[in-house]
Design a binder for this molecule. Sequence first.
Ligand SMILES: C[S@@+](CC[C@H](N)C(=O)[O-])C[C@H]1O[C@@H](n2cnc3c(N)ncnc32)[C@H](O)[C@@H]1O
Length: 300
Amino acid sequence: MTSASAAYNQCLATTNSQCVDVGLSAVPETMLWTLHNRVSVASNPDKTWFVDDKAIDIYSAIDYDYERSFGKAEESHGLRSWLFDQGIMDFWRANPEGGTIVNFAEGLETQRFRLQESRPAGSLWITVDLPPSIRARENFILPDDENLHVAASVLDTREWMHLVPKDKPIFFTAQGLFMYLEEEENRVLFQTMAKEFPSSTIWFDSLAKWFSDKTLGEVGWNLTADYKAPPMPFGANKNVAPGMFQSWVPNLEVEEVPWPLHLASGFFLQYVAPIILKIPILKNLQPGIVWTVKFPPSLN
Ligand SMILES: C[S@@+](CC[C@H](N)C(=O)[O-])C[C@H]1O[C@@H](n2cnc3c(N)ncnc32)[C@H](O)[C@@H]1O
């Protein structure tokens, strides 16, 4: 298998029509960052836990200098995608008749291809992302009757809610979304979902407050000399976030989903991070946290 950067060079070196300019900027451009990191895992033959040839193909076909923007790829987004894959497969195991996956802000995620073999026949998958992002996605991944694309903000709930069957179980996912929204926008979205889709579940990740503040500061978060991450206005420390979510929707159940550090590379993540994450004052500063939230059966 080719390495990620070799694959990119192939695209640079050719003028063939496979080499696509996806023309992304601002928050939609961040889907190339997560793809860059995910593909570094998928193209590493030692990481047999993450197989994703489609992501490698898409990565290779995009005319974009990933390293110049995002620097050397690392594995965080591969670990995150693996974790969310487990959540979706658990949902399907619990609902073998097939429930609906609603994937917010899916970008160039190729998750549904990775999970195809586990997917109950006839089940529905709905992707909701901003119009420029859906345009970029549709260069490589087309919707069909069982895989719908909605080109709209998740906040425009009238655009996607009517597509979600209410008589079947629902699993929402949002990888790398809520940090880009304002707290108030997240609150209103949660309250709408709780009202419209009682008993549904959502998995998502969020940032610590210090991390969000860093992206909002004067210097911002510069991944490289050529790329500053967009502002990420929503952040809440690990000890604060559950109470905040419950203040938005009383009686919602919230639990942290632990990072799969056993799959991570390097001494620090495998051996030091698990210890740090047990020290109260430090664990609350954990930069990125994955949550599972179950909305209550009713709002009364
Ligand atoms: C960091 S990328 C994550 C993409 C994908 N989930 C992944 O992990 O590779 C952020 C994504 O959020 C999407 N996004 C940002 N604001 C959005 C909104 N209001 N509604 C829907 N999608 C949004 C962007 O278009 C982009 O696809």
